[in-house]
Design a protein around this ligand. Structure first.
Ligand SMILES: [Zn+2]
Length: 188
């Protein structure tokens, strides 16, 4: 392990609220998340971000011209290989798959189920930086699928780069990326 940095994911403190209405009592759920500190390996982050940027060059994006690349490492991969993906658009639009899900389906097809790192970049960063554009809703749920299966789920991170190649802009854990994700089996 090389040089590490500690990042602090901020506390989220939103209380439940209850509204009495003629239609009934409505409970608006809140989220309470403590601050979370995580040590991340600088070299791993830089390699993931630059690999994601290179993968973006393979995006098939003739309609949006938004070329997104993803690079991930699965926690349950003994080789800790970097698996890549890119968005693949379709003339029917609805058949399009985002870069995140492209990489995740490859990883899952190889037999891995537990995400450790997912880095995102775009070949268009200089004009359309990914920073401040986090994953879309369907990708958040797909990412969640492969974090909830990890025994070390709390350590999984989603990383987004900036206009500067290989420079980290945003970091998320799944609780902050998708606070109200779908569970097939509701918590008891
Ligand atoms: Zn998406």
């Amino acid at each position: 392990m090389g040089e590490t940095i500690t990042i602090a994911l901020p506390q989220v403190a939103v209380a439940d609220s209850t509204i009495e209405s003629p239609a009934g009592r409505i409970i608006i759920p809140g989220q309470h998340l403590p601050e979370k500190r995580m040590d991340i390996d600088v070299a791993v982050v830089q390699q993931l971000l630059s690999t994601a940027r290179a993968a973006a060059a393979n995006a098939h994006a003739p309609y949006s011209n938004f070329h997104v690349g993803a690079a991930l490492i699965m926690a349950d991969d003994p080789e800790q290989r970097i698996i890549t993906g890119a968005n693949v658009e379709n003339s029917s639009y609805g058949a399009t798959i985002c870069g995140e899900r492209s990489a995740l389906t490859t990883a899952s097809s190889l037999g891995f189920r537990a995400l450790r790192y997912l880095a995102l970049s775009t070949a268009d960063s200089l004009t359309s930086p990914l920073c401040d554009r986090s994953p879309c809703g369907i990708c958040r749920q797909s990412i969640r699928e492969f974090i909830s299966r990890s025994s070390n789920a709390r350590e999984a991170l989603i990383l987004v780069d900036t206009a500067e190649p290989g420079t980290l802009c945003e970091a998320f854990d799944i609780d902050r990326l998708l606070p109200y994700g779908f569970n097939f089996a509701p918590p008891v």
